[in-house]
Ligand binder design. Sequence first.
Ligand code: KIV
Length: 294
Amino acid sequence: MSATPHTSVPQHLDGPLPMTLPRLAERKCLGEPIVMVTAYDYPSAQVAQEAGVDVVLVGDSGAMTVLGYPSTIPVSTDEMLMLASAVRRGLRTPLLVGDLPFGSYEASDAQAITTAQRFVKQAGCDAVKLERGGTSVARARAIVQAGIPVMGHVGLTPQTATALGGYRAQGRTAERALEVARDALALQEAGCFSIVLEAIPAAVAHALMPRLEIPVIGIGAGAATDGQVLVFHDLLGIYDGHAPRFAKRYADVKAQMVAGVAEYAAEVRSRRFPGPEHAYSIDDDELERFRADL
Ligand code: KIV
């Protein structure tokens, strides 16, 4: 550890205001695009904070990007809570949404409320996200009625990708597009404050937008939505697993990290690191005494 960790982000009186649900709704009304990104730890949260994003999602995509699982299915609530708590410590103004992992909310309303409460109480999340329509609509309603804001997520829902035929775009037939639309409208009616549309044709999202009064965040859903979300590791080029076509890469951070560590390794092996500027000194007489006593 080369620096003392901060336990909280310093408050700046002249900085941006914290994002709230009314401010998010106002963004939609004003037609101002909403920026959402995932984060999974303290440094990625600080990056999101400093970059001025509006909403940070501790996505269960962290199962793959930071925990190395092959899909989002295995990640546990405890693992997600640890990631979300670290993100909380690095954030000040963006709205923090915690993703309810697979198996933590589907069984009953009581299970869904208990898990959502843990994200709020233990990790300091402002809201939670759950996937799918169907039985998730009742779970969303129950969590909202328990006083916790819920973000819905329809279209490609990775937790149930197997049932959807794999990681592929949804809503490419009229029937399936109608199912996606029904799910989105049902989640809105259940009280969700926002909804994610993932991997559906841009024209389907565009046609659906006039029916959705809540802020709609797209990922692979075209440009008509109220905002966009990308996975932190995809947009920065940190994760080298499969990247979907909608994941635009804005940097190549992994290559820079590998180059940095490789250069460090080369300097250690060639004894060019550490140099005198990285070493501590001791007064000559103290060193003399130490040598004599040694
Ligand atoms: O887990 C995640 O990162 C997500 C986003 C892709 C919306 O659900």
